[in-house]
Design a protein around this ligand. Structure first.
Ligand SMILES: Nc1ncnc2c1ncn2[C@@H]1O[C@H](COP(=O)(O)OP(=O)(O)OP(=O)(O)O)[C@@H](O)[C@H]1O
Ligand SMILES: [Mg+2]
Length: 237
Protein backbone atom coordinates (compact mmCIF):
# COMPACT_ATOMS: atom_id res chain seq x y z
CA UNK A 1 0.00 0.00 0.00
CA UNK A 2 1.33 3.44 -0.96
CA UNK A 3 1.53 6.41 1.32
CA UNK A 4 -1.87 7.90 2.23
CA UNK A 5 -1.53 11.54 1.22
CA UNK A 6 -5.13 12.64 1.53
CA UNK A 7 -7.79 11.41 3.86
CA UNK A 8 -11.40 12.43 4.51
CA UNK A 9 -12.76 11.30 7.86
CA UNK A 10 -16.42 11.59 8.82
CA UNK A 11 -16.93 14.48 6.44
CA UNK A 12 -20.31 16.20 6.15
CA UNK A 13 -21.31 19.20 4.06
CA UNK A 14 -24.63 21.00 3.77
CA UNK A 15 -25.24 24.11 1.68
CA UNK A 16 -27.60 26.71 3.11
CA UNK A 17 -28.75 28.92 0.26
CA UNK A 18 -31.22 31.61 1.29
CA UNK A 19 -32.50 29.95 4.45
CA UNK A 20 -33.01 26.47 2.95
CA UNK A 21 -30.74 23.48 3.52
CA UNK A 22 -29.20 21.24 0.88
CA UNK A 23 -27.47 18.30 2.55
CA UNK A 24 -24.84 16.95 0.14
CA UNK A 25 -22.22 14.87 1.98
CA UNK A 26 -22.45 12.92 5.21
CA UNK A 27 -20.32 10.44 7.08
CA UNK A 28 -17.82 10.27 4.24
CA UNK A 29 -14.53 8.37 4.60
CA UNK A 30 -11.93 8.25 1.85
CA UNK A 31 -8.21 7.50 1.64
CA UNK A 32 -6.07 8.51 -1.33
CA UNK A 33 -2.71 6.94 -2.08
CA UNK A 34 0.40 8.40 -3.71
CA UNK A 35 1.10 7.01 -7.17
CA UNK A 36 -2.49 5.90 -7.66
CA UNK A 37 -5.19 7.02 -10.02
CA UNK A 38 -8.38 7.14 -7.94
CA UNK A 39 -11.75 7.91 -9.44
CA UNK A 40 -15.05 8.82 -7.81
CA UNK A 41 -18.02 7.96 -10.00
CA UNK A 42 -21.43 9.47 -9.45
CA UNK A 43 -24.37 11.00 -11.27
CA UNK A 44 -24.90 14.72 -11.74
CA UNK A 45 -25.77 16.46 -8.49
CA UNK A 46 -24.43 13.65 -6.28
CA UNK A 47 -21.79 15.89 -4.71
CA UNK A 48 -18.63 15.15 -6.72
CA UNK A 49 -17.53 18.75 -7.13
CA UNK A 50 -18.44 19.44 -3.52
CA UNK A 51 -16.14 16.59 -2.46
CA UNK A 52 -13.33 17.79 -4.72
CA UNK A 53 -13.62 21.32 -3.34
CA UNK A 54 -13.18 19.91 0.17
CA UNK A 55 -10.25 17.68 -0.83
CA UNK A 56 -8.69 20.66 -2.63
CA UNK A 57 -9.01 22.83 0.50
CA UNK A 58 -11.15 25.33 -1.38
CA UNK A 59 -13.97 24.80 1.11
CA UNK A 60 -14.14 23.38 4.64
CA UNK A 61 -16.43 20.57 5.83
CA UNK A 62 -19.17 21.22 8.41
CA UNK A 63 -18.15 18.07 10.23
CA UNK A 64 -15.19 15.74 10.05
CA UNK A 65 -11.66 16.40 8.93
CA UNK A 66 -9.53 16.43 5.79
CA UNK A 67 -5.95 15.30 6.43
CA UNK A 68 -3.29 16.39 3.98
CA UNK A 69 -0.10 14.30 4.36
CA UNK A 70 -1.35 13.39 7.82
CA UNK A 71 -1.95 17.00 8.85
CA UNK A 72 -5.49 18.04 9.85
CA UNK A 73 -6.57 21.03 7.76
CA UNK A 74 -9.88 22.26 9.16
CA UNK A 75 -8.34 24.67 11.62
CA UNK A 76 -5.71 26.04 9.27
CA UNK A 77 -6.13 29.73 8.49
CA UNK A 78 -6.77 30.82 4.91
CA UNK A 79 -3.15 31.80 4.33
CA UNK A 80 -1.86 28.33 5.18
CA UNK A 81 -4.62 26.62 3.23
CA UNK A 82 -3.82 28.70 0.18
CA UNK A 83 -0.13 27.95 0.56
CA UNK A 84 -0.91 24.22 0.62
CA UNK A 85 -3.12 24.65 -2.46
CA UNK A 86 -0.43 26.53 -4.34
CA UNK A 87 2.51 24.38 -3.39
CA UNK A 88 1.12 20.86 -3.01
CA UNK A 89 -2.02 20.60 -5.15
CA UNK A 90 -2.67 20.66 -8.89
CA UNK A 91 -6.09 21.15 -10.49
CA UNK A 92 -7.62 20.25 -13.85
CA UNK A 93 -11.18 21.30 -14.62
CA UNK A 94 -13.80 20.43 -17.20
CA UNK A 95 -13.37 23.54 -19.29
CA UNK A 96 -9.76 24.03 -20.14
CA UNK A 97 -8.39 27.05 -18.44
CA UNK A 98 -5.30 27.78 -20.49
CA UNK A 99 -4.70 31.50 -20.78
CA UNK A 100 -5.46 32.44 -24.41
CA UNK A 101 -2.79 35.11 -24.78
CA UNK A 102 0.07 32.78 -23.85
CA UNK A 103 1.60 29.88 -25.78
CA UNK A 104 1.18 26.29 -24.61
CA UNK A 105 4.73 26.26 -23.22
CA UNK A 106 4.20 29.57 -21.41
CA UNK A 107 0.94 28.24 -19.93
CA UNK A 108 2.64 25.12 -18.61
CA UNK A 109 5.45 27.25 -17.17
CA UNK A 110 3.06 29.64 -15.43
CA UNK A 111 2.97 27.87 -12.01
CA UNK A 112 6.78 27.75 -12.01
CA UNK A 113 7.01 31.47 -12.83
CA UNK A 114 4.61 32.30 -10.00
CA UNK A 115 6.65 30.17 -7.59
CA UNK A 116 9.86 31.86 -8.77
CA UNK A 117 8.31 35.27 -8.21
CA UNK A 118 7.57 34.17 -4.64
CA UNK A 119 11.16 33.05 -4.17
CA UNK A 120 10.55 29.32 -4.22
CA UNK A 121 10.88 26.44 -6.65
CA UNK A 122 13.64 25.69 -9.17
CA UNK A 123 15.22 28.22 -11.52
CA UNK A 124 14.19 29.12 -15.04
CA UNK A 125 16.37 26.64 -16.86
CA UNK A 126 15.20 23.67 -14.81
CA UNK A 127 11.54 24.67 -15.08
CA UNK A 128 11.82 25.16 -18.79
CA UNK A 129 13.30 21.68 -19.17
CA UNK A 130 10.54 20.15 -17.04
CA UNK A 131 7.76 21.89 -18.97
CA UNK A 132 9.19 20.68 -22.29
CA UNK A 133 9.68 17.18 -20.92
CA UNK A 134 6.09 16.95 -19.62
CA UNK A 135 4.61 18.21 -22.88
CA UNK A 136 6.80 15.87 -24.91
CA UNK A 137 5.85 12.95 -22.67
CA UNK A 138 2.19 13.55 -23.50
CA UNK A 139 2.90 13.82 -27.22
CA UNK A 140 2.61 17.61 -27.38
CA UNK A 141 6.19 18.46 -28.38
CA UNK A 142 5.04 20.14 -31.58
CA UNK A 143 2.76 22.51 -29.69
CA UNK A 144 5.26 24.46 -27.56
CA UNK A 145 4.83 27.70 -29.48
CA UNK A 146 1.16 27.37 -30.37
CA UNK A 147 -1.59 29.37 -28.75
CA UNK A 148 -4.51 27.50 -27.15
CA UNK A 149 -6.90 28.40 -29.99
CA UNK A 150 -4.51 26.62 -32.37
CA UNK A 151 -4.88 23.32 -30.42
CA UNK A 152 -7.65 20.74 -30.24
CA UNK A 153 -9.75 20.34 -27.08
CA UNK A 154 -7.91 17.14 -26.19
CA UNK A 155 -4.52 18.78 -26.67
CA UNK A 156 -5.56 21.69 -24.49
CA UNK A 157 -6.71 19.37 -21.69
CA UNK A 158 -3.44 17.43 -21.83
CA UNK A 159 -1.50 20.70 -21.72
CA UNK A 160 -3.62 21.71 -18.71
CA UNK A 161 -2.58 18.41 -17.13
CA UNK A 162 1.10 19.26 -17.74
CA UNK A 163 0.53 22.65 -16.15
CA UNK A 164 -1.08 21.05 -13.09
CA UNK A 165 1.95 18.74 -12.75
CA UNK A 166 4.52 21.48 -13.32
CA UNK A 167 5.32 22.20 -9.66
CA UNK A 168 5.36 18.51 -8.67
CA UNK A 169 2.16 18.47 -6.60
CA UNK A 170 1.50 15.81 -3.99
CA UNK A 171 -2.11 15.54 -5.15
CA UNK A 172 -3.71 16.29 -8.50
CA UNK A 173 -7.48 16.84 -8.52
CA UNK A 174 -9.49 16.63 -11.72
CA UNK A 175 -13.18 17.55 -11.98
CA UNK A 176 -14.77 15.94 -15.07
CA UNK A 177 -11.69 16.78 -17.18
CA UNK A 178 -13.02 14.94 -20.22
CA UNK A 179 -16.54 16.37 -20.10
CA UNK A 180 -15.96 18.32 -23.30
CA UNK A 181 -14.08 15.63 -25.21
CA UNK A 182 -15.10 12.77 -27.50
CA UNK A 183 -14.51 9.17 -26.45
CA UNK A 184 -11.07 8.77 -28.03
CA UNK A 185 -9.67 12.00 -26.61
CA UNK A 186 -11.35 11.34 -23.28
CA UNK A 187 -9.70 7.95 -22.97
CA UNK A 188 -6.36 9.46 -23.90
CA UNK A 189 -6.71 11.83 -20.95
CA UNK A 190 -7.68 8.94 -18.61
CA UNK A 191 -4.62 7.04 -19.74
CA UNK A 192 -2.39 10.07 -19.21
CA UNK A 193 -3.78 10.57 -15.71
CA UNK A 194 -3.14 6.91 -14.90
CA UNK A 195 0.42 6.98 -16.25
CA UNK A 196 1.30 10.33 -14.69
CA UNK A 197 0.14 9.10 -11.27
CA UNK A 198 2.59 6.24 -11.51
CA UNK A 199 5.49 8.02 -13.19
CA UNK A 200 5.35 11.21 -11.14
CA UNK A 201 4.34 9.49 -7.90
CA UNK A 202 1.42 11.91 -7.57
CA UNK A 203 -1.95 10.94 -6.12
CA UNK A 204 -4.49 11.63 -8.86
CA UNK A 205 -8.16 11.97 -7.89
CA UNK A 206 -10.72 12.40 -10.63
CA UNK A 207 -14.46 12.81 -10.22
CA UNK A 208 -16.66 11.96 -13.16
CA UNK A 209 -19.97 10.47 -14.23
CA UNK A 210 -18.19 8.70 -17.10
CA UNK A 211 -18.21 4.99 -16.40
CA UNK A 212 -15.60 4.23 -19.06
CA UNK A 213 -12.96 5.77 -16.77
CA UNK A 214 -13.06 2.76 -14.47
CA UNK A 215 -10.81 0.56 -16.61
CA UNK A 216 -8.00 3.09 -16.22
CA UNK A 217 -8.29 3.51 -12.45
CA UNK A 218 -6.36 1.91 -9.61
CA UNK A 219 -9.25 2.56 -7.22
CA UNK A 220 -12.91 3.22 -7.96
CA UNK A 221 -15.28 4.80 -5.46
CA UNK A 222 -18.99 5.23 -6.03
CA UNK A 223 -20.80 8.27 -4.72
CA UNK A 224 -24.25 7.56 -3.45
CA UNK A 225 -26.51 9.13 -0.84
CA UNK A 226 -23.84 11.64 0.12
CA UNK A 227 -21.13 9.14 0.85
CA UNK A 228 -18.58 7.01 -1.05
CA UNK A 229 -17.95 3.29 -1.07
CA UNK A 230 -15.17 1.41 -2.81
CA UNK A 231 -16.20 -0.50 -5.89
CA UNK A 232 -14.05 -3.50 -6.74
CA UNK A 233 -15.81 -4.54 -9.90
CA UNK A 234 -13.98 -4.13 -13.17
CA UNK A 235 -10.88 -2.45 -11.78
CA UNK A 236 -7.27 -3.50 -11.96
CA UNK A 237 -7.13 -4.25 -8.20
N1 LIG B 1 -23.06 26.78 -3.55
C1 LIG B 1 -24.12 25.97 -3.49
N2 LIG B 1 -25.24 26.34 -2.83
C2 LIG B 1 -26.31 25.52 -2.74
N3 LIG B 1 -26.36 24.30 -3.28
C3 LIG B 1 -25.28 23.87 -3.95
C4 LIG B 1 -24.11 24.68 -4.10
N4 LIG B 1 -23.22 23.99 -4.83
C5 LIG B 1 -23.79 22.81 -5.11
N5 LIG B 1 -25.04 22.73 -4.60
C6 LIG B 1 -25.95 21.59 -4.67
O1 LIG B 1 -25.29 20.48 -4.08
C7 LIG B 1 -25.55 19.27 -4.80
C8 LIG B 1 -24.23 18.66 -5.26
O2 LIG B 1 -23.61 19.51 -6.18
P1 LIG B 1 -22.23 19.17 -6.89
O3 LIG B 1 -21.86 20.32 -7.73
O4 LIG B 1 -21.25 18.76 -5.85
O5 LIG B 1 -22.64 17.89 -7.78
P2 LIG B 1 -21.81 17.10 -8.90
O6 LIG B 1 -21.86 15.66 -8.54
O7 LIG B 1 -20.48 17.73 -9.08
O8 LIG B 1 -22.70 17.32 -10.20
P3 LIG B 1 -22.26 17.47 -11.76
O9 LIG B 1 -21.92 16.08 -12.24
O10 LIG B 1 -23.49 18.00 -12.41
O11 LIG B 1 -21.10 18.41 -11.82
C9 LIG B 1 -26.50 19.66 -5.93
O12 LIG B 1 -27.79 19.38 -5.52
C10 LIG B 1 -26.28 21.17 -6.07
O13 LIG B 1 -27.46 21.79 -6.51
MG1 LIG C 1 -19.55 18.76 -10.66
Amino acid sequence: MGEIVLKAEGVAKTYRPGGSTVPVLRDLFLEIEAGHFTIVLGPSGSGKSTLLNLLGLMDAPDEGEIYFSGQPTRRLDEERRSRLRNERLGFVFQFDSLLPEFTVLENVLMPARIAQAQGRGPGRRESDARARQLLSRLGLAKLFERFPYQCSGGERQRAALCRALMNKPTVLLADEPTGNLDKTNGEMVFKDLQEMAREQGVAVVMVTHNDSARTFADRVFLMQDGTVSQDLQGTRQ
